[in-house]
Design a protein around this ligand. Structure first.
Ligand SMILES: [Zn+2]
Length: 252
């Protein structure tokens, strides 16, 4: 069996309840060997990034809201993330929950930055997100954009990948990511067609597919840029992976 991103199946080194102490374990060499950031970043920074990147690719479920799983990346809002999570997690700033009033937004972004700062050395913090833009929610676009930029700046500062939620505002999302310069950007729950997928892939994004996905997109995304997720679905991650892999000519 090979994972969607082309690496062997994960070893179960995340044990729920155990504090991870192997932070430096993957810091000696680049597991991908070809990651652009490897060449661009200094040694210390690079190792830090690769350590995180390695763990991201070792997770079999890149985005979930169901807790208690050591092989999945749990999306957690600030209050729950700072409460002490014992499995890998990402720090969420969901566009649906961005403050409507200017005061609420300011307070929320202050709390988000403070939480990220407090968690920056926590090895279980693997990514920032989900964060992004959504044109089907009531939060004003300007507030969504400010929150998204804050999340991207945090990801850049902490050298973390970003899990992106995007509905409708594709051009705006891509512009914000380009401006922020974050190096690993994963569009989660992608359900659109091949034209948009191609545009995203050409711009350097990775794509995560969940319970509902376009089969043509599943066959299009290169193995090292494809991730699988449950998100809010109750379906087993193995089943979702099987469905995605069945659409791929190589079966991997
Ligand atoms: Zn989600």
């Amino acid at each position: 069996m090979v994972l969607a991103n082309g690496v062997p199946p994960p070893r179960p080194f995340f044990t729920a309840g155990a504090k991870i102490t192997f932070f430096g374990r993957f810091s000696k060499r680049c597991p991908e060997k070809t990651h652009n950031s490897c060449r661009e970043l200094g040694r210390k920074r690079r190792n830090h990034y690769l350590c995180r990147a390695m763990r991201l690719s070792d997770l079999s479920d890149i985005h979930t809201h169901h807790d208690g799983r050591s092989d999945a990346l749990l999306s957690l809002p600030v209050a729950r993330a700072t409460d002490g999570c014992t499995t890998p997690f990402s720090l969420e700033l969901h566009p649906w929950h961005v403050g409507i009033s200017a005061d609420a937004l300011r307070l929320q972004l202050d709390e988000f930055r403070q939480a990220a700062d407090a968690l920056r050395h926590n090895p279980l913090l693997v990514a920032i997100g989900e964060c992004g833009l959504d044109n089907h929610c009531d939060v004003p676009f300007a507030h969504q954009k400010e929150a998204f930029r804050c999340a991207l700046a945090t990801a850049h500062d902490l050298d973390l990948p970003v899990i992106i939620h995007c509905v409708g505002y594709w051009a705006e999302m891509m512009a914000a990511v380009r401006e922020a310069g974050t190096s690993a950007n994963i569009i989660h729950g992608f359900r659109k067609g091949t034209a948009l997928a191609t545009q995203l892939l050409n711009a350097g994004f990775s794509i995560a597919l969940g319970e509902k996905f376009n089969p043509d997109v599943a066959s299009l995304v290169p193995a090292d840029r494809l991730f699988i997720e449950t998100d809010e679905s109750g379906e087993d991650i193995g089943k979702i992976r099987e469905k995605v892999m069945a659409c791929r000519p190589s079966g991997r």
